[in-house]
Design a protein. Structure first.
Length: 296
């Protein structure tokens, strides 16, 4: 007959575990509980102690997990190891079961300076990265702002160009309209030109009327001079007097029409052709005509 201890046992143990770098190690302090759950198997296998059963298993599992972490990440490695063994009973050989396992990880004593320097370097790298990201963000914002300003400038320039082109086109159309109007006015004669001047500035009415009167006076003087010259040169005979007098009378009638001059607006013409002067011209023409007949 064999007596088997099936009580729960608490054992501490220590392991040296490799880190991810391969040159640094963790120190693992383990607090575990174990128990014989299969007495028959324990008697049959007859282990020397419980440590002989659980230690190889723990060392193998802890080394596998620790190789996944760098030395400065020992706290994260510790959390991962404890999560791996939490809330589970692991059946081992020889009828022994691992009831619980709590692990504390620490870097080896010679790596504290390295961890400190590595931490500082990591923080510097993160700070430089953050500064770099900030610079990139600022540059991107500046680029976006420049592109927006450039686009706005292009749009403004295009709008100014279109407005300038529209204004030039309008000026050209107005100039062509003015040229066409002037051409029609000139083609219509002096009265059209005077009418345009009155339409442009009604205050020039007196001056326009004066211009018309001067023009009529010029026509009158020209007719008077022509008739006088014909009479003086004995170039008028009885047959021509009637036609010449009709033409001269028409000029005088046009010159002396009531609507031609506004009262007090212009000065009277320099030469007035009255009825007596016309009669004198007629008598002179008849005398010259009779002298021509006598010569014949």
């Amino acid at each position: 007959m064999y007596w088997v201890d099936v009580a729960v046992h608490h054992d501490p143990c220590t392991f040296v575990l490799p880190a991810a770098e391969g040159v640094f190690t963790f120190t693992a302090e383990v607090d575990l509980t174990w128990q014989v759950t299969d007495p028959v198997k324990a008697v049959r296998d007859h282990p020397a102690s419980g440590e002989q059963v659980y230690r190889p298993y723990l060392e193998r599992e802890l080394r596998r997990l620790s190789r996944e972490y760098q030395i400065e990440r020992f706290m994260m490695a510790e959390r991962e190891v404890n999560d791996h063994f939490a809330d589970q009973q692991i059946e081992l050989s020889c009828g022994i079961a691992l009831l619980s396992c709590s692990v504390k990880l620490a870097p080896e004593s010679g790596t504290h300076a390295y961890i400190q320097e590595s931490t500082f370097d990591h923080r510097k790298a993160r700070r430089r990265e953050a500064e770099h990201d900030a610079l990139l963000h600022t540059a991107q914002l500046q680029l976006t702002a420049n592109e927006s300003r450039h686009g706005l400038k292009l749009q403004t320039t295009h709008q100014d160009y279109e407005l300038t082109k529209l204004a030039q086109r309008r000026d050209l159309e107005l100039e062509q309209q003015r040229m066409s109007f002037y051409a029609e006015a000139l083609h219509g004669g002096e009265l059209s030109v005077l009418a345009y001047r009155l339409a442009s500035n009604r205050d020039d009415a007196n001056e326009v009327i004066a211009l018309m009167m001067r023009q009529k006076q010029v026509d009158f003087d020209a007719a008077h001079g022509m008739l006088t010259a014909l009479l003086e040169q004995n170039l008028v005979n009885k047959r021509d007097v009637q036609d010449i007098m009709a033409r001269a009378t028409a000029v005088v009638a046009n010159h002396l029409s009531p609507g031609a001059v506004e009262a007090g607006s212009v000065s009277p013409p320099k030469t007035e052709l009255s009825a007596s002067s016309m009669s004198a011209l007629v008598q002179e023409a008849e005398i010259l005509d009779r002298s021509d007949d006598d010569d014949v």
